[in-house]
Design a binder for this molecule. Structure first.
Ligand SMILES: *[C@@H]1O[C@H](CO)[C@@H](O)[C@H](O)[C@H]1NC(C)=O
Length: 324
């Protein structure tokens, strides 16, 4: 039995190549299916089928793609205006619970001829379940992205005024899939989110909620990753710094894993330079794609040590979302 398994495993590795070597769990599961002498469980069969379906779908999508872009808010005058929110296809306001709070459309601080979004964090605000509520949180799906997309790219510009106090850190927008609320200690078994963060002194990172049990066992020894048993993975902390007094352009490129394999990847580009690129990730355990933008920003962190001591603001413009 053990011999048969190893033999099948060897054959499989030589036929599928290195990628399978990296994904030891998958190799074992697939081997069981291949070796027809073993009792193939329904579960194993399902895993194999979905893997196949997913890679086929991926291949057929290579010639297609689509994009959405939002350079500024020039055509909009009021942050409570439902028009831009309809254009973004905002599906859920997570906090504040009414759409008009903590944000306004204002002149671009570096170019008064343009209008941008400004977000407000009142003094004393940190995690949004606390009061006063700082920042905003909403989910938007302005572009329908198929689960079979090869890569999904999200770009935006964020401006921190000169003298911005980063305190201990805060959240910034990213992408999500599976379902919303993939944050705040959610176990991320059926969802993922890829928000960015600022940390002390403006250090940048991406902050991933991804299914913990499904990752490569060595994930916490990767020097790019800081693991946290209760919350998300901090990835690439300090590989770039958020600037103050000028616009930061940040791009996230996601390559979702093939279901059943540890072959997902994330790349972050800040100010035109690649900050980091990380592979061998599992974003999903069944076949869903990027649902849209998780536009979340607040100070925190779950304790008052993260609170902003004064009223502060950040600004946003130059958004785009695309897939191929
Ligand atoms: C808005 O988002 C929802 C949820 O993702 C989606 O089902 C719907 O198709 C989107 N509507 C438009 C007009 O894109």
């Amino acid at each position: 039995m053990v011999f048969l398994r190893s033999l099948a495993s060897l054959l499989l590795i030589s036929s599928l190549g290195l990628q399978v070597l990296a994904a030891s769990t998958t190799t074992k599961k697939t081997t069981t299916t291949k070796t027809s002498t073993t009792k193939t469980s329904t579960k194993t069969t399902t895993t194999k089928t979905s893997t196949k379906t997913s890679s086929t779908a991926k291949a057929t999508s290579t010639s297609s793609g689509a994009s959405w872009s939002w350079p500024n808010w020039n055509s909009y005058s009021d942050s409570t205006d439902a028009q831009w929110q309809a254009a973004w296809n905002i599906t859920n306001w997570a906090y504040p619970h009414t759409s008009g709070e903590n944000h306004n459309i204002v002149a671009n601080p570096t170019d008064s001829s343009e209008k941008v979004l400004r977000v407000f964090y009142p003094a004393g605000s940190f995690k949004p379940s606390n009061t006063p509520v700082g920042g905003i949180g909403f989910y938007a799906s302005p572009l329908e992205i198929p689960a079979s997309a090869n890569t999904v790219t999200f770009t935006y510009q964020v401006y921190f005024p000169s003298g911005y106090n980063f305190v201990e850190g805060g959240k910034l927008p990213g992408l999500y899939g599976g379902h919303d609320d993939c944050s705040g200690g959610n176990d991320a078994e059926t969802c993922f989110s890829t928000r960015n963060m600022w940390r002390t002194s403006g250090e940048g990172e991406s902050y991933l909620y991804i299914p913990k049990d499904a990752q490569v066992s060595s994930i916490c020894s990767n020097s790019l990753i800081i693991c946290n048993s209760d919350y998300g993975y901090s990835v690439g902390r300090g590989t770039f710094d958020w600037t103050t007094g000028s616009w930061n352009t940040i791009t996230q490129v996601l390559q979702l894993n093939t279901v059943g394999q540890q072959d997902g990847a994330i790349t972050e580009v800040h100010g035109g330079s690649t900050a980091f690129s990380l592979g061998q990730l599992v974003f999903r355990q069944s076949n869903y794609g990027v649902a849209g933008i998780d536009f979340e920003t607040f100070f925190g962190g779950s304790t008052s040590a993260w609170a902003t001591p004064t009223d502060q603001y950040t600004y946003y413009r130059g958004l785009s979302l695309s897939y191929n």
